[in-house]
Design a protein around this ligand. Structure first.
Ligand code: 1PR
Length: 522
């Protein structure tokens, strides 16, 4: 029996699913006494340091947790569950941590994108049960903007390189904690959890570890909607038109396809509820069920988008965007993606009519952390006569239009591309970063479903304007296109849909093609 400390933010469902997939049962802490009654305690954390500490104190969990750790009983902290062990955090000045380990939590100071998000390696500094059976060249899923600085070098179990070397795992006696997420790190992460659960003997990874390096991510995207018979299906459009001969294209079942992509090596899975903007996404809850079932089988990060906004349902009940996101996170999502609503918020921010702190982006980031908020942008090109032709961010393009014009801007759209708005993609990305978004999912309506390759000019324009990770999306037609986007832009990830759904280029083939050319997770 594993006891799990859930303080109410983030995706603990994934940790429960991962432990249960290993054949173990999980009991969630309901009252303070449950902590000291635990045989083995797992403390996963997502969100913000300040809110976590506040909740631990409010629920009277901090004192028994410190007592449990003082007794040196088996403990595994994950992500914020590692950071909680230290004395202070730059994320919440003046809020003391548990202070079980001497040291502090600081924000990444690097020119690389922050959050540090994706698959990176670790270098073991000493032996530990959690390393049993590992080779040392495996990659693990990280997602964080802050990291630990240990005052006592004996507590450093592993380090990772992201612009500089930082502490990625700590230990002291039976206390173990990882900055990365084992429950989201595929079979390798499950191995770490299993080692903890089954009391594996201490070991060092068998090979000499190679230098660690963040991998470029390959993401499989599943656009989901109800077909005309009312069944939830994965569909795929050509430039956002998902109908063929009047029918919604049906490319498979969401849970089955997601599980297949996980087995094939997808680094992340994204679900987009593409009619979420017009239907209330929690009605009948079919997407929640899809998430729940997927997170039982898929142990890499899951993102869900569609319909995240304030809403009044047919019974007159009002839902905030945060409540919609809560439901998604509780069902197994690690990140939520906001499309149409982000455009409207950014417009009002630019117009000076936005009330600070009230937008979906700000509210969800405050509770779940910036890394949990992705902005999905649906732009299309608008050609103009020259760089001064409009007030938007205009780029010079190597792809002139039929009239020979060599300048364009990228107009944001809402409602699945149906409505163009007076804001460009570069400005939208910058404003959303300012409001607290942690990642940009950059689609391109002109390229979507065309197999012509990613719009590299768009990716470069947005990537240069923000310091958060950018996912290039739309247009992948072959493995070479992934190489292009990773060698000619600084995008952290590339997403595709059609070629994976139609089985034209499996994820494994993309990875084979990239191996040795680009840092990837094998
Ligand atoms: O506006 O917050 O409700 O979110 C709706 C979400 O649904 C947005 O993220 C929007 O991108 C998405 N969406 C809405 N309508 C469509 C449609 O296709 N009719 N799909 C749609 C967007 C784009 C990508 C696609 C890539 C790769 N699909 O998700 O997977 O372009 O495709 P490819 O590799 O086949 O070229 P809200």
């Amino acid at each position: 029996m594993i006891t799990l400390l859930d303080y109410g933010a983030g995706n603990v469902r994934s940790v429960i699913n991962a432990i249960e997939a290993l054949g173990e049962t999980v009991r969630v802490v309901e009252k303070p006494a449950d902590i000291l009654a635990a045989d083995k305690l797992v403390f996963p954390g997502v969100g913000s340091f300040g809110r976590m500490m506040e909740t631990l104190h409010q629920r009277d969990l901090a004192a028994p947790l410190k007592e449990y750790l003082a007794q040196d009983r088996p403990f595994l902290g994950i992500c914020l569950g590692l950071q909680a062990l230290f004395q202070t955090s730059d994320e919440a000045p003046g809020v003391p941590g548990l202070g079980v380990l001497p040291g502090r939590i600081v924000r990444f100071r690097t020119n690389l994108a922050v959050p540090h998000m994706g698959w990176n390696g670790i270098t073991a500094k000493s032996s530990s049960p959690i390393f049993n059976g590992l080779d040392g060249d495996e990659k693990f899923y990280f997602v964080h903007s802050y990291h630990a600085v240990c005052n006592n070098a004996d507590h450093i179990l592993a380090t990772t390189d992201y612009g500089y070397v930082f502490v990625s795992a700590v230990r002291r006696g039976n206390l173990l904690a990882t900055q990365f997420h084992p429950e989201k790190s595929g079979p390798t992460g499950l191995r770490i959890l299993e080692n903890f659960i089954r009391n594996a003997p201490a070991a060092l990874p068998s090979n000499c570890p190679s230098p660690t390096c963040l991998a470029r991510r390959i993401i499989a995207c599943l656009d989901v909607r109800a077909n005309d018979r009312g069944d939830l299906v994965v569909t795929k459009g050509d430039q956002y038109d998902v109908r063929e001969k009047g029918q919604v294209r049906n490319l498979g079942k969401p849970v089955e396809l997601a599980a297949r992509y996980y087995e094939e090596g997808a680094d992340e899975i994204t679900f987009l509820n593409i009619t979420g903007f017009r239907d209330f996404p929690l009605k009948d809850m079919p997407m929640l069920e899809v998430l729940r079932r997927t997170s039982e089988k898929v142990f890499v990060p899951l993102t869900i988008g569609g319909g995240i906004r304030n809403y009044t349902d047919s019974s007159g009940r009002s839902w905030s965007a945060l409540e919609v996101a809560d439901a998604y996170f509780r069902s197994g999502a690690d990140k939520i993606s906001i499309g149409s609503e982000a455009v409207l918020v950014a417009e009002s921010h630019l117009a000076g009519t936005h009330r600070p702190g009230t937008s979906a982006i700000e509210q969800i980031a405050r509770v779940y952390g910036n890394q949990a908020v992705v902005i999905s942008i649906d732009p299309r090109r608008v050609y103009v006569d020259g760089p001064e032709a409009c007030s938007h961010r205009v780029i010079e393009t190597s792809l002139p239009d039929s009239a020979g014009r060599r300048h364009c801007w990228y107009q944001c759209t809402i409602k699945g591309g149906r409505e163009g708005r007076p804001i460009d993609a570069v400005t939208l990305a910058k404003v959303c970063q300012e409001l607290g978004a942690g990642e940009i999912l950059l689609n391109c309506i002109d390229r979507d479903g065309t197999n012509q390759g990613f719009d590299l000019e768009l990716v470069n324009a947005v990537k240069e304007a923000v310091s958060i990770p950018v996912i290039a999306s739309s247009g992948a037609g072959c493995a070479e296109h992934f190489y292009q986007v990773f060698s000619l832009t600084a995008a952290e990830a590339a997403l595709a849909a059609g070629i994976f759904h139609r089985g034209e280029v499996p994820i494994g083939r993309v990875k084979q093609y990239l191996a040795g050319k680009v840092e990837i997770r094998i």
